[in-house]
Ligand binder design. Sequence first.
Ligand code: NAD
Length: 266
Amino acid sequence: MNDAACHRFDGKTLLATGAARGIGRAVAARLVAEGAHVVLADIDGDTAEDAAAAINGARGAAGRAEAAALDVTDEAATRSLIDQIAATRGRLDGLFANAAILDISPLETLRLNRFREVVAVNMESVLISALAAAPLIAGSGGGAILATASIMGQVGSVESIPYSTAKGGVINMVRCLACELADQGIVVNGLAPGFIDTRMARLADGGHEHETAYFREVYLKYGKIPMRRPGQPEDLAGPAAFLLSSDAAYVTGQILTVDGGVTATF
Ligand SMILES: NC(=O)c1ccc[n+]([C@@H]2O[C@H](COP(=O)([O-])OP(=O)(O)OC[C@H]3O[C@@H](n4cnc5c(N)ncnc54)[C@H](O)[C@@H]3O)[C@@H](O)[C@H]2O)c1
């Protein structure tokens, strides 16, 4: 059940990246349900258009979604999108820096150019969008920046040097940005999802990681996920909306882990 009826985001404008599908889309839908005008920015502009139309068509959509095509690694394009939001909406109250790509790189095949690509999409993009958005958010009376990290940024694992390093970087970037932007009335936090049932969780062969024998055995049967199910994108909606809302006005530099208990185990 959600408490969208409270409309915490009436009159607010937010930018959400990587919002064409998965977690970004689910969070954007919640923000719109709570009254926000949300710009769904994604490298896949067509799917972002479809997502915005679906969100606007949903019952109880108190706000409005609009789509924008954006590659989050493109600093000029990001700045131009923020300028466009300033021109059309006159304000920006929050940024959800969520776009990312998955990478599974066994050590033997790990290449530096791939490492750099993953770091650019998953980590540098957070800095690009935060720096571009901060002046407009500050000029709108303050607000929130939320970046999607991962539990993979909190622990080490095999085959994950690019992705986990980038996500670990996001976590400490969040803490640093929180210190830098506090004086401007901007809180900065991170979301660390666990295993979430999105396209990112698909394996190279198209199968789903949650359906493998290993996942069923270790994570579900033996309780490595104490809640014994992968998360759904909607499981992130409430936590993300909270951290982007004025309810979290005194919460900054924090990482909220939403993983069904994975990191509560060892
Ligand atoms: N699914 C999981 O299990 C899981 C776990 C931990 C963290 N996360 C994080 O959650 C966030 C959302 O992932 P998801 O699971 O919804 O995956 P997803 O693949 O469904 O969504 C990612 C979105 O980002 C977009 N994107 C990719 N590169 C982009 C770019 N350069 N510019 C703009 N948009 C781009 C994609 O088009 C897609 O719409 C990511 O930061 C991901 O790392 C996911």
